[in-house]
Design a protein around this ligand. Structure first.
Ligand SMILES: *Cc1c(COP(=O)(O)O)cnc(C)c1O
Length: 354
């Protein structure tokens, strides 16, 4: 395994107060990075002071969107320890994303040990106020100095870290969701299952229009028929319909969330049946109208679980569970956050101490 060169900052920053953190606004003192070239492979792994990158304006990433990323958190437990949640899953997914975009593969074991080393160095940056964490953002991009459209040969891998506030500073409030019927986020055969920047670029317009209309996010439908439910904003989505949790199957256009898979496991262990299958918007609307739609929520690392209080489709509003968080949603939130922040035992071996 490669060694990691360490260059400590000579100008440590002061740490922001928990109350002002928000999401992704502040960055720690250091960053991890390494480069890939065809002759050397991944090399020059280093933790250096956080700072700007220097890139050629002809770099592939600026022109052809060759970029993938990951997102995970380091949590401070009540005892003051620091832990990660299923971090190996993020590197497995990153390599799946890299395979799709044709970026070089990471050595998953090395990437994980480098992440642990980096978090250890930044451990004082992991905040301890309720609901706060240190958000970790690994990303990988093509960096050939050439405008020719050809396969990527050179790449850069970077990890930055940002102390983030509670996603719910005012308590969990269910959100209003607009079902998007014009734009699509991804198509089967495209890059939907890859965590790549380009998917976010495709999502911007619908998200912005929905926000202007007073919604928090859009619910994406499939790219071919605009018929099947896929994701909500940048989260996976789950519905409790007549006692059964239904979540869209991973058909290729859906991002396989770590939170999604953790929720499925927790639900099964709570004795709640889970179906991963196609769910049409018509079935969902019928369930909403007949009162069978009991709960709905999005799930992802940033929000953990985000209850949906209203679904609007073709101008018709459907209130879910009287606009309140449902029992299953609340239980999932409590269990998952309990394990992540070390307040509850972890019978699954999901957490990893730093
Ligand atoms: C990252 C992401 C998710 C959630 O994945 P987690 O691993 O649970 O954080 C869901 N959908 C999209 C589009 C994403 O980018």
């Amino acid at each position: 395994m490669q060694s990691i060169r360490i260059e400590k900052t000579t100008m440590p920053k002061s740490k922001p107060d928990a109350a002002v953190l928000g999401f992704g606004k502040y960055f720690t003192d250091h960053m991890f990075m390494m480069e890939y070239t065809p002759d050397k492979g991944w090399h020059d792994a280093r933790i250096v002071p956080y700072g700007n990158l220097s890139l050629s304006p002809a770099s592939t990433v600026f022109h052809y969107g060759a970029e993938i990323f990951e997102g995970l958190k380091a949590y401070r437990t009540p005892k003051g320890e620091i832990q990660l949640f299923r971090p190996a899953e993020n590197f497995k997914r990153m390599n799946n994303s890299a395979e799709r975009i044709r970026l070089p593969q990471l050595d998953e074991a090395f990437a994980l040990s480098a992440l642990v080393r980096f978090v250890d160095m930044e451990r004082d940056w992991v905040p301890d106020a309720e609901g706060t964490s240190l958000y970790l953002r690994p990303f990988l991009f093509g960096n050939d100095e050439s405008l020719g459209v050809h396969s990527i040969r050179n790449a850069v891998y970077v990890v930055i870290a940002s102390p983030v506030g509670s996603y719910y500073p005012e308590g969990i409030n269910p959100v209003k969701i607009m079902i998007e019927t014009a734009d699509v986020r991804a198509v089967r055969g495209g890059t939907g299952y890859a965590k790549c920047g380009g998917n976010y670029a495709a999502s911007n317009r619908a998200g912005e229009i929905a926000e202007k209309k007073g919604f928090s996010q859009v619910l994406w439908l499939d790219g071919v028929e605009r018929k099947y439910v896929e994701e909500v904003g940048a989260m996976n989505v789950m519905f409790k319909i007549a006692g059964v949790v239904v979540t869209p199957a991973l058909t290729g256009s859906i991002l396989p969330g770590v939170t999604r898979s953790s929720c499925i496991r927790l639900l099964q262990d709570m004795g709640i049946p889970v179906e991963e299958r196609l769910l049409s918007v018509d079935e969902l609307m019928d369930a909403a109208e007949s009162g069978k739609l009991e709960e709905a929520w999005g799930c992802g690392t940033a929000a953990v679980v985000s209850p949906i209080g209203q679904l609007s489709y073709a101008g018709v509003d459907h209130i879910v569970n009287g606009g309140r968080i449902g029992e299953t949603t609340q239980k999932l939130y409590d269990t998952l956050t309990g394990i992540q922040w070390g307040r509850l035992p972890d019978p699954y071996g999901w957490t990893m101490k730093v």
